[in-house]
Write a protein that binds this ligand. Sequence first.
Ligand code: PLP
Length: 407
Amino acid sequence: MIRVNENYGKLQASYLFSTIASKVSAFIEANPDKDIIKLGIGDVTKPLPAACIAALHAATDEMANESAFRGYGPEQGYDFLREIIAVNDYQSKGANVAANEVFVSDGAKCDVANIQELFATDVKVAVPDPVYPVYVDTNVMAGRTDIFTNDRYQGLTYLECREDNEYVPELPKEPVDLIYLCFPNNPTGATATKEQLREWVDYAKATKSVILFDAAYEAFIRDESLPRSIYEIEGARDVAIEFRSFSKTAGFTGTRCAFTVVPEECMGYAASGEAVPLHAMWNRRHTTKFNGVSYPIQKAAEAVYSDAGKMQVKELTDYYLKNAALIREKIGELGYHLTGGENSPYIWIKTGGDSWEFFDKLLNEAAVVTTPGSGFGKCGEGYIRISAFNDYDKVVEAIERIKGVLQ
Ligand code: PLP
């Protein structure tokens, strides 16, 4: 008899985006003449930068040419991309990362989901609340939690992100081994200062734990005093793994390219206490289970770092940040407490009361789709997330409608 992994039975049905989709469908059916504006899901709306498209076309032509054709590439990514990432994203900004520590992949989602395989089943995991759900669900699947009761998985440590800590969690009171952090944050849009990250790095060093630092929204940081990488913090190479993505940076959500940095000094430990390099383990996992991102897509990602590409990516992220600033300003004027939207494409709005009720009000009375905060965790109740990923004109229109409903 083939037995199943019963941990899957502990997973909560992912009601969030499916419930939003069914509510939106019902609204459209009842109001076929209303023009819905979607500021819910975090997907980009603008096309790929011209420099990336040109590189993608040229690389595709190479694949049609017998002398230039390429088959399987290196699983970790082509050197041309690993090197340009290490130099541009890290070395030129004073962070010490070498090309061989960069692992190119088809998404930060897969990487943050898969990385937990490197760690023992009985490690204690800490996740922010509210949270990008992938961190939680992949640990549930792996058997690191007990059942879900009282809105939480038993056995997980929740790092609460609240108004009174400005959505940057305090160090845990109980010992933990594996810590997920995400800045700029999805869903709150909050950012962490160097001092705040330093506390986490010092904690991880003192407790021999590991930080999984998700920097998928790094390209939206404009405040020069904010860290873009955890490796700007002294000692982080010993205890932190960083995830980045071209998805939101350069509009690659449908094209798929990302990378993970695992420094050579970063260690896990065997039961005997012997230090085990996570770089070698991730290299082994990646080369065993992954066969590389396609050559044309890696060439398109390389073009992000050309002079034209850098300019175009800045324009793209500026465009969404302009939307975010408008949302932040206009909703703020209505008297709501909010965070994010300054160095992030998300605005986290304290609505008080029930998140779904507020969502319903904006959908039914303004025909604007947002995301109820409770879908991201217990601490998200009483909040909604508004995403800045849409056309500016639509954002202007959405704000007018929201003001009409809430004023
Ligand atoms: N990490 C965070 C925090 C995200 O919000 C997302 C996507 O929304 C991802 C990772 C996934 O990125 P990718 O498109 O590279 O899989």
